[in-house]
Ligand binder design. Structure first.
Ligand code: PEP
Length: 259
């Protein structure tokens, strides 16, 4: 059975002082035993600088910390960048890549993503790979074409089905991110089913059935349940609501109670 995943993406938010009150509050809301479930996984994608401080709250690895990006090289003359080797040096083995904000504001392209996928594969790191269409692309009915193109990058860089075991896919329609306008459960399910079908064609049915597909885009404690009942939605990548400990705690409660 594939894993249910709730992944926070704090983006460029938070502070050193926020960590303790956030986790204290979050742990008060949830059932702590749910963090031991092998079927349910909780991730926190933190700004690089806070990863080390957040380590005090991961309860011996019951929670996974992730970076929100990394460079494609192991080291070198790339001023201001962080390499995946450096992340591993700090015990971080998971990275979000391809987030639409990186694509939109930081020139992340299919080419740079290809290089990142290669290095992350080489280092045996886990990838949360984001894909999604813009409002213009949606209105031009190009959603599936855009997703196919973005998925091709993943399939080309990671051609073996065993490579997929370290990948979590997040479908994040750009028009839903941070807008308060989440995709409807039916819209999200339709796209997730398409993604799973595309993975089955590229690898096989077994791989498609095993991979966790997350939805991202204005998910919150009020809409998570209706999305979770969709057969191809396995979890969420969460921005805004993941900065609110009570709300994120309620989301985890709902997700961790869903088989
Ligand atoms: C995100 O940026 O990954 C995201 C899903 O943001 P939000 O939940 O705020 O829409």
């Amino acid at each position: 059975m594939r894993k249910r995943i709730l992944a926070a993406n704090w983006k460029m938010n938070g502070s050193k002082a926020m960590l303790k009150p956030f986790f204290d509050q979050f742990f008060k809301i949830i059932d702590m035993s749910s963090l031991s479930s092998p079927q349910h996984k909780l991730y926190f994608g933190m700004p690089y600088l806070y990863l080390e401080g957040a380590r005090s709250y991961i309860l011996n690895g019951k929670i996974t910390l992730s970076a929100q990006n990394c460079h494609w090289a192991e080291s070198g003359a790339f001023t201001g960048e962080i390499s995946p080797v450096m992340l591993q040096d700090f015990g971080i083995n998971t990275v979000i890549i391809g987030h639409s904000e990186r694509r939109q504001f930081f020139n992340e392209t299919e080419e740079t993503l290809d290089k990142k996928l290669h290095i992350l594969k080489k280092l045996n790191m886990q990838v949360i790979y984001c894909i999604g269409e813009s409002l213009e692309q949606k209105e031009a009915k190009e959603t599936l074409k855009v997703l196919q193109m973005q998925l091709k990058t993943l399939f080309t860089a990671l051609p073996n089905k065993s490579d997929l075991e370290r990948v979590v896919l997040a479908y994040e329609p750009i028009w839903a991110i941070g807008t308060g306008l989440a995709a409807t459960p039916e819209q999200a399910q339709e796209v997730h089913r398409f993604i799973r079908g595309t993975i089955a064609e590229a690898y096989d049915i077994d791989s498609a059935e095993k991979i966790s597909l997350l939805y991202g885009g204005s998910s919150n404690a009020s809409n998570i349940v209706s999305l979770l009942v969709q057969p191809d939605i396995d979890g969420f990548l969460v921005g805004g609501a993941a900065l609110k400990p009570e709300e994120f705690g309620r989301m985890w409660r709902d997700l961790s109670q869903t088989p």
